[in-house]
Design a protein around this ligand. Structure first.
Ligand SMILES: NC(=O)c1ccc[n+]([C@@H]2O[C@H](COP(=O)([O-])OP(=O)(O)OC[C@H]3O[C@@H](n4cnc5c(N)ncnc54)[C@H](O)[C@@H]3O)[C@@H](O)[C@H]2O)c1
Length: 288
């Protein structure tokens, strides 16, 4: 029989990057309030994590806010040091910080491309480099979650850098899973990929834009994505689902059933070697 999230994670330390908003904040609220975890809130937005820390402490939860830019490997190293020194051995690391970019690939400003890769891909790597050796050295059980996306198993236009980064994080996480096993730590270090579908957050508002070229296409796409936010899942509900699936020992943690459908569709595209299908029209969150 599988163990519950409470049994596995309860009372442990969770370090969450990008904890200042959206999914990261939802994970922090759920972990602190429902599982009694000490949460280390890391984000480039110092104000957001200070406010969340105050909110959680007012409820009697334990939280630490550590301003941190995941693009900087030294910042992740300092985060790991502080987490262990001030909160204790890390039970759960969530490499969650991520940014979006809208517009045609050829219109994407080079600094936006570089920033997105630095946050979404290198940020995950920096988290692994700082925390994995510490987790492997600890005899206790620990978990690493990397944020991919339903976009990590699909293709869609007008956000190519983002989609690419989520495919990259998924591949990185699959390889990391194998490497932890190869290095003999699979019995206590658990690697899992998180694939949210549509969870309410600030990601579309704060997404990068284009300055030249087809600005209308980019901003129309932002507007379409913002419309689906109204149908998106609450981040605390998403956190409950992710913790439940993690405790069940799933590798691919999915917020909504349509994420699994997208995985099946991806497998079908590859099996039949079909070219990517362009789907036009408005976006909507599938009913399931
Ligand atoms: N919301 C969704 O439906 C959805 C779907 C699929 C995947 N995701 C993934 O979930 C993760 C969280 O996204 P979200 O939707 O909650 O977004 P969000 O914009 O609400 O939150 C992202 C947080 O990351 C922080 N951040 C940005 N750059 C940073 C940096 N350099 N260093 C540290 N922190 C930084 C932001 O300040 C913000 O607090 C992302 O990796 C995203 O790709 C989200």
């Amino acid at each position: 029989m599988s163990r519950s999230a409470q049994e596995l994670f309860g009372g442990g330390v969770a370090v969450i990057t990008g904890a200042g908003a959206g999914i990261g904040a939802g994970l922090a609220r759920y972990a602190a309030r429902e599982l009694g975890m000490t949460v280390v809130l890391a984000d480039i937005d110092a104000r957001a994590i200070a406010d969340l820390r105050a909110e959680l402490e007012a409820d009697g939860a334990r939280a630490l806010d550590v301003p941190c830019d995941v693009r900087d490997p030294q910042a992740l190293e300092r985060l790991a040091e502080r987490s262990v020194a001030e909160a204790g051995p890390v039970r759960l690391l969530v490499n969650n910080a991520g940014v979006e970019q809208f517009g045609y690939l050829w219109d994407t400003p080079v600094p936006n491309w570089e920033r997105l890769l630095a946050v979404n891909v290198s940020g995950v790597f920096h988290g692994i480099k700082a925390f994995l050796p510490r987790m492997m050295a600890e005899p206790g059980q620990s978990w690493v979650w990397n944020l991919s996306s339903v976009g990590g198993v699909s293709a869609s236009p007008l956000q190519a850098p983002y989609i690419m980064s989520k495919h990259a994080v998924l591949a990185l996480t699959e390889c990391l899973y194998q490497e932890v096993e190869l290095a003999g730590h699979a019995h206590h270090v658990h690697v899992q990929a998180v694939l949210p579908g549509a969870v309410a957050s600030d990601i579309f508002e704060s997404a990068g834009a284009v300055e030249d070229g087809d600005i209308t296409a980019a901003e129309d796409h932002r507007a379409a994505m913002l419309r689906i936010k109204a149908q998106a899942m609450d981040p605390v509900d998403a956190a409950r689902v992710f913790f439940g699936q993690a405790a069940e020992g799933e590798f691919y943690l999915r917020s909504q059933p349509f994420v699994a459908d997208a995985m099946t569709a991806r497998a079908d595209v590859l099996t039949h070697r079909r070219a990517p299908l362009l789907i036009r029209g408005d976006y909507a969150v599938p009913a399931n």
